[in-house]
Design a binder for this molecule. Structure first.
Ligand SMILES: N[C@@H](CCC(=O)N[C@@H](CS(=O)(=O)O)C(=O)NCC(=O)O)C(=O)O
Length: 213
């Protein structure tokens, strides 16, 4: 069954696309235009009651929340494509730990920078410079912890690429790209080495091609 990915053009959906490519799972993308409000359409809300993207449909199985989706496919197809979870429950625990760190410590400040720097005018609210400054300060502290972690091992979850690293790709891409904050990565040599490693993976390059044709 070909997996349907709704909203592939947007950040959190790219996390799912990169995972499906790493796991060698066939998928198709279904555009959802956020600026036209298609994510608030009653039919879409039946798939995702919170009205955000992505959602996947895999036959009669529907799942939303991008990190839940990548955990699902990483587990369901553990023996296919890249192993993204580690070999032991202890390795899995550390992977889950850094995936939670990405969701609760890395994502919020970067998401605020994206909203207030890139989308405030399109979404019709004033960019809040205080939020921008506070978010950059918070993110700097998070990256300092990453710098220490990555001085001890190649990837966040250990010495193997995992969903913890993969989950960072979409919004770290914003950081070094459209947000113009690449210096926050480059001034930290281990974070810089890590970013070059994970962002040069063929799966990420293909995900960007699929999502930004
Ligand atoms: N926790 C959700 C977040 C999804 C989310 O916020 N998606 C954004 C797009 S993006 O941030 O992933 O680019 C969205 O649909 N925003 C629409 C809205 O908030 O109305 C997930 O990871 O799937």
């Amino acid at each position: 069954m070909v997996v349907k990915v709704y909203g592939a053009g947007y950040g959190s959906a790219k996390r799912v696309i990169a995972c499906l490519i790493e796991k060698e799972i066939e998928f198709e993308t279904i555009p959802i235009d956020l600026l036209k409000g298609e994510h608030k359409d009653p039919h879409f809300l039946q798939l995702q009651p919170f009205g955000v993207v992505p959602v996947i449909q895999d036959g009669d199985y529907t799942l939303f929340e991008s990190r839940a989706i990548i955990r699902y496919y990483a587990e369901k197809y553990k023996a296919q494509g890249t192993d993204l979870l580690g070999k032991t429950i202890e390795e899995r625990g550390v992977v889950e730990q850094w995936l939670e760190v990405e969701a609760h410590n890395f994502h919020p400040p970067v998401y605020n920078l994206v909203l207030h720097t890139l989308f405030s005018s399109k979404l019709g609210f004033p960019a809040d410079q205080k939020v921008i400054q506070e978010s950059e300060e918070k993110l700097g502290k998070v990256l300092d912890i990453y710098e220490e972690r990555l001085s001890k091992c190649k990837y966040l979850g250990g010495d193997f690429f995992s969903i913890a690293d993969l989950s960072h790709l979409p919004f770290a891409q914003y950081l070094v790209g459209d947000l113009g904050k690449e210096h926050m990565v480059r001034r930290r040599k281990n974070v810089s080495r890590w970013w070059d490693d994970i962002s040069n993976r063929p799966s990420w390059k293909k995900a960007l091609d699929v999502c930004n044709p």
